[in-house]
Design a protein around this ligand. Structure first.
Ligand SMILES: [Cu+2]
Length: 642
């Protein structure tokens, strides 16, 4: 497979590099109309990233999408409507779900008749017939999350983070997103949601839809085939860094018991400058191989106290009870470690995958996009305890501030204890090794024989969209860049196979195959590790390591960790596998917002002849509205668009 080099905008965050000579800048307005520095100078060095792939055929099954009625809801309150229950997909599972037990504090592994923590949800899931509806409105406004002062923000329902989207395993979610921003398009991605047979609701502008133009709405509809914790965010350039973020709970069984569900607890880096501007500065810095700006602070559940008027997130716990806390890293650039003083965590999920419980976890590292659901017992002296969230410097993350929250025992006065300023461990940015609760082996019969190599460069295309030379990140030999008004799904629907090289389309023609990907970073690449995220699937993490992948490396095919976001180590490799079992166009990318902006992504076009397309009349109307708006929009696309 040959991929032509193209232009996009992609670069890295490298905190370890010494700051070099003062760079040359051009200036121009950013999306918010502020004057910002833009990249100007050319640069040199190249480095390579390599992806190897191979495919093998195995049996697969397909699931049927069922239709349900929808209900309207007001902004933050979900309404549920029921229709007749439809049998879900049939298929075999190697594990037998308990049909008798019901979910409760001592029986969290149970769920409903025929479904439990032992259910292989690739093969089988409930279909409740319920549709849970939400309305999300995005506006251009101001916020002041930590007391630093009002700044420009883009918020969902005027709150940070946006409302929690909550449904149960087997429900259908129907979420209407309205763009009431003046000068921004948008599209909303539901991170980690499989979107089985509903690729058109994946929310990736330029791939699965045109952006939603100002004043327009789109309703995303999908079935909750898995359960656990996740988040949603805009996929329109760096927009989510300005607040277009919220969290998701899909209720279901769990591999650990607990009494009280404390809900989602996102941690995020935060910048006082607008994210588009920070993105521009990062691109600028990359030209000199300088690090991006550090974040200004870390928000815990959207808030912090910087000492001048902000407030800490406050959580009440009940003595003697087990509490479930749903941790999510919703950052744009930083890996974050968290802990709750004197209350070690038992980790029980990794992303949307229930895992064998891992007790005794002190600091827990979350890459951008990752989630861990944890359980802790309130068994200490009644009082208030610090929750800590700090950037992982061993992952080349950097922040000028720390995240803090207060956990107080019920009946006690909230009173911040003296902060011991405990230092988080500085290790090797190692990801927690998790074991899925139920065993699923990855087929390895032709892994070796069908291995092929796709090369990727840290790209020096010579000319960029703004007629300047810029260094770009590239995965699969080209820097990714999509056109907002030409989504891949439309091209596939039109049977137009002239995908631009910059679309980085990798076709997986046949369902049922296992695909294997070794993502290789050269030692000459800038050092930050990359949190690699795949849409439309979980992947199996066969292995990772430092240096160059070798066929003698030990890979785990028997029961590998499974999740939707995993870390490519600095100067190392990451081996992933997933089975083609969901026709669609699926983005795989680095979840550092600056890096996908700079092109570090590819898209898999899976079984294009079997895609269940969305309503293409509505799809076309959304594109028409976007094209009409784009003629006069004040801020043109200046990056990958993603
Ligand atoms: Cu990256």
């Amino acid at each position: 497979m040959h991929f032509q080099k193209v232009v996009g905008v992609c670069l890295l965050a490298f905190a370890s590099f010494a700051w070099a000579d003062t760079p040359h800048y051009l200036w121009g307005p950013d999306r918010m109309g502020k004057m910002v520095k833009r990249a100007a100078t050319s640069s040199k060095t190249t480095s390579k990233t390599t992806i190897k792939s191979s495919t093998t055929k195995v049996a697969t099954s397909s699931s049927k999408k069922t239709t349900t009625t929808t209900a309207k809801s007001s902004s933050t309150t979900a309404k549920v409507s029921s229709s007749s229950t439809v049998a879900s997909s049939s298929s075999s599972t190697s594990l037998v779900a308990d049909s008798a037990c019901t979910n409760g504090p001592l029986t969290r592994s149970c769920w409903s008749s025929g479904f439990s923590i032992a259910t292989d949800f690739d093969q089988k899931h409930p279909t409740t017939g319920k549709t849970v509806s939400y309305n999300l409105e995005i506006t251009n406004t101001t916020c002041n999350p930590d007391g630093n002062g009002d700044q420009q923000c883009l918020l969902v329902n005027n709150q940070l983070p946006g409302p929690v989207i909550r449904a149960s395993w087997g429900d259908t979610l129907s979420i209407t997103v309205t763009n009431n921003m003046q000068d921004n398009g948008t599209s909303m991605h539901w991170h980690g949601i499989r979107q089985l047979n509903s690729c058109g609701s994946d929310g990736v502008n330029g791939i699965t839809e045109c952006p939603i133009a100002p004043g327009q709405s789109k309703t995303y509809t999908f079935l909750c085939t898995q359960f656990g914790t996740s988040w949603y965010h805009s996929h329109f350039s760096s927009q989510y860094g300005m607040g277009v973020v919220g969290t998701i709970i899909i209720d279901g069984p769990a591999s650990s018991n607990y009494d009280i569900d404390l809900g989602t607890f996102p941690v995020s880096d935060w910048y006082y400058a607008d994210a588009y501007k920070v993105n521009e500065i990062t691109l600028d810095n990359l030209q000199q191989q300088n690090p991006p700006p550090p974040s200004d602070t870390i928000l815990v559940n959207g808030t912090n106290d910087n000492g001048s008027g902000g407030s800490y997130a406050k959580v009440t716990v009940t003595a003697g009870k087990k509490h479930r806390l749903r941790l999510i890293n919703t950052s744009v650039d930083n890996f974050i470690r968290v802990k709750l003083d004197s209350h070690p965590f038992t980790v029980m999920t990794a992303d949307f995958i229930p895992v064998k419980p891992l007790p005794g976890q002190d600091w827990v590292l979350l890459a951008i996009g990752q989630r861990y659901d944890v359980v802790f017992t309130a068994n200490q002296t009644a009082g208030t305890y610090w929750f800590r969230a700090e950037v992982a410097t061993d992952c080349y993350s950097a922040s000028n501030g720390k995240g803090r929250a207060l956990f107080t025992y019920s009946g006690q006065t909230v009173s911040a204890p003296t902060d011991s300023n405990e230092t988080p461990p500085d290790t090797t940015c190692a990801e927690l090794t998790t074991t899925p609760y139920w065993t699923q082996a990855v087929d390895q019969s032709t892994f070796t024989s069908q291995l092929e190599t796709l090369n990727v460069d840290l790209d020096f295309p010579g000319v960029a969209t703004n007629d300047q030379n810029v260094v770009l990140w590239a995965l699969n030999t080209s820097t990714m860049k999509i056109a907002w008004d030409q989504p891949t799904l439309q091209m596939v629907y039109d049977k137009n196979t002239t995908y631009p090289a910059a679309y980085d389309v990798i076709e997986i023609p046949n369902e049922g195959v296992w695909t294997y990907w070794i993502i290789q970073q050269a030692s000459t690449n800038p050092p930050p590790p990359h949190p690699i995220h795949l849409h439309g699937h979980d992947f199996f993490v066969l292995g990772s390591g430092s240096g160059t992948y070798s066929s003698s490396a030990t890979l785990n095919f028997a029961n590998p960790p499974r999740r939707d976001t995993s870390t490519l180590p600095s100067a190392g490799w990451l081996a992933l596998a997933f089975q083609a079992n969901n026709p669609g166009a699926w983005l795989m990318h680095c979840h550092i917002a600056w890096h996908i902006s700079e092109g570090l992504g590819v898209q898999f076009l899976e079984a294009k002849n079997s895609i269940n397309f969305p309503d293409m009349t509505q799809f076309g109307s959304q594109c028409s509205a976007w094209k009409s708006y784009a003629k006069t929009m004040p801020y043109k696309q200046d990056d990958s668009g993603l």
